[in-house]
Design a binder for this molecule. Structure first.
Ligand SMILES: C=C(OP(=O)(O)O)C(=O)O
Ligand SMILES: [Mg+2]
Length: 558
């Protein structure tokens, strides 16, 4: 572990911790490394040898592609050797990271990009400016195409920064690779960055980001302690040893090596203690509450789980530019079905923060309020038909009883249409997610159509409070303890009890041990969460009676 840096008078007071929002429980300590800022272009340089500039352009792009390929290979290697925190379940994330990095390497190797940059250099631009101009041109062309491609334009910015840094011989922006464990600090993380996190990352701290933002969900999926919306963290010098508590949101600055070792040891002991618990979820007085998993692929499964409450199928196809075939989908779903007795498959939830390239959806001014989730069916009905066919076929092949549900259901008519199409394929249980207040208000009526409801508190909070779920400044509005949100959940749970049908929660709130008892007290029948969250939720519930959970719910509602 490197020595802490000499104190910087402009840095925050090292005696007091910084605080943000703890979004992924667990503690870690180590030297902090900030992601290098994107390079600033110096004024254009007079060029005397255009051929040399063109050669510099080519070698910067070659170096960029080689770097991405190396990172892809190292992520692929990690997929086979997951780190301790993730307990072997970082494999899926690492394999996905490898794929994304390979796709970025292909962009860096695009002959049109090279040709454009080289020809600008031959016309008299210095290498850095030629690269900058070529990437800008490429970005504008992508943005003009709209839809998914426009949304990928941000990835090109990341590549541009790296290419220019190569050309100028500057430190690489983006994820550091110091060769030792470290706490990663950033303003926020891009999709490529989050996908590329290596096993050396002990914890994440970001200055921006909301409690249900990508950073939070990704960190939780990997079991990495994480704090978002941590003001002042970017001012702490690199190398300072920090202690991150992903539960409380505290970041202790300037720890000694002994203190850091204590934090690491305490975390190890706590994880071991929690992992020792097992068995189905129930309260102290034996009221059963299913503790289910949120997964993105078969790699996230755990053998001792009670089932899968949310299989986010769109995670399988995030970077695909061509639609996954029926056969390919059958194989992916069957891989999960073969390993778990009960699974709720969510049909593709595309749009807004989860673009699916192969859909080619048009760009929208207000994507979170636009064509996303089940609404994609209005434009592309074949996509849902093929997916339902594939789910039914995978269930038939494996003998599993797969349940399906649709994301972003808003009206009873939408739910009824979805149920009709799923039942026509012989799918046994068909449900709806409750992510839009309109659906919660009509929960009783919805339950006449569907077999179960699953409350997605991440989006339900976003739409109830009109607050972007990725926005750090609005975290108080997105807090699931907000009584308006709890009231909507209570309405759904009561409707479920009246109808005698299950109503679960699968948003991030379900994995929070402080919130889980509240949700149980409101009457939900299952909680579905990132696998890493299960032990703490199981332990909390086992310590409370159902009546105590209800008392908490009543107090929170009032
Ligand atoms: C579970 C949910 O879905 P996602 O986070 O994938 O939007 C939710 O919105 O709470
Ligand atoms: Mg959602």
């Amino acid at each position: 572990m490197p020595e802490p840096s000499a104190p910087d008078p402009s840095a925050p007071d090292p005696s007091g911790p910084l605080t943000g929002l703890g979004v992924s429980r667990g503690r870690a300590a180590g030297p902090l490394i900030r992601m290098a800022a994107p390079p600033t272009l110096p004024p254009p340089r007079p060029v005397t040898d255009p051929a040399a500039e063109a050669a510099a352009v080519a070698s910067a792009l070659t170096a960029l592609a080689a770097d991405l390929t190396r990172r892809a290979a190292s992520a692929g290697h990690t997929a086979g050797h997951a780190n301790g925190h993730a307990d072997g379940h970082a494999d899926g994330a690492a394999a996905e990271a490898a794929e994304i990095l390979e796709a970025l390497a292909m962009i860096a190797e695009d002959p049109m990009l090279l040709e454009d940059a080289e020809s600008r250099a031959r016309d008299g631009m210095d290498a850095a400016h030629a690269l900058d101009a070529a990437f800008t041109q490429h970005r504008e062309a992508l943005a003009a195409l709209g839809g998914y491609l426009a949304e990928r334009a941000a990835d090109l910015d990341d590549l541009r920064h790296r290419a220019v840094a190569f050309a100028l011989g500057l430190p690489m922006p983006g994820l550091p690779a110091p060769g030792h464990p470290y706490v990663l600090v950033a303003e926020d993380l891009s999709p490529a960055d989050t996908a590329g996190l290596g096993p050396d990352v002990l914890a994440l701290v970001t200055e921006r980001g909301g409690p249900t933002s990508h950073t939070a969900i990704l960190a939780r999926g990997r079991g990495l302690p994480a704090v978002v919306a941590c003001a002042g963290i970017m001012d702490v010098p690199d190398g300072t040893v920090v202690g991150v508590d992903g539960g409380t949101g505290e970041v202790a600055v300037g720890l000694t090596e002994e203190q850091a070792a204590e934090v690491q040891e305490g975390d190890r002991a706590e994880r071991a203690r929690l992992a020792a618990g097992s068995g189905p979820g129930r309260t102290k007085d034996g009221h059963p509450v299913k503790l289910l998993l949120n997964i993105g692929s078969a790699q996230d499964l755990r053998p001792d789980a009670e089932g899968v409450g949310l299989f986010r199928t769109e995670f399988l196809f995030l970077d695909r530019t061509t639609a996954p075939s029926f056969e390919e989908q059958v194989a992916a779903y069957a891989e999960v079905f073969a390993q778990t007795e009960s699974v709720i498959v969510r049909t593709l939830d595309a749009g807004t923060d989860k673009p699916l390239p192969f859909l080619g959806l048009p760009a929208e001014p207000n994507p979170a309020l636009g064509v996303r989730g089940l609404r994609v069916d209005r434009l592309l009905p074949d996509v849902l038909d093929t997916q339902l066919d594939a789910i039914a076929e995978a269930a038939r092949k494996t003998g599993a009883e797969a349940w399906v549900m649709a994301p972003m259901v808003t009206t009873v008519a939408e739910a009824a249409g979805f149920v009709r199409r799923a039942r026509a394929r012989g799918i046994a249980r068909v449900g709806a997610m409750v992510e839009v207040p309109a659906a919660a208000l009509r929960a009783g009526r919805l339950l006449r159509e569907v077999d179960f409801l699953s409350i997605g508190t991440n989006d339900l909070a976003q739409y109830t409070f009109a607050a972007d779920r990725q926005h750090s400044a609005l975290a108080d509005l997105l807090d699931p303890r907000q009584p308006a949100l709890l009231q909507l959940i209570a309405m759904c749970a009561e409707a479920g009890q009246e109808a005698g049908k299950p109503v679960g929660v699968c948003g991030e709130a379900a994995g929070d041990p402080l919130l889980a008892p509240l949700l149980v007290g409101l009457g939900v029948t299952s909680l579905s969460m990132a696998p890493v969250c299960v032990p703490a939720v199981r332990e909390t519930l086992a310590g409370l009676t159902l009546a105590e959970c209800r008392d908490r719910a009543v107090a929170a509602l009032s």
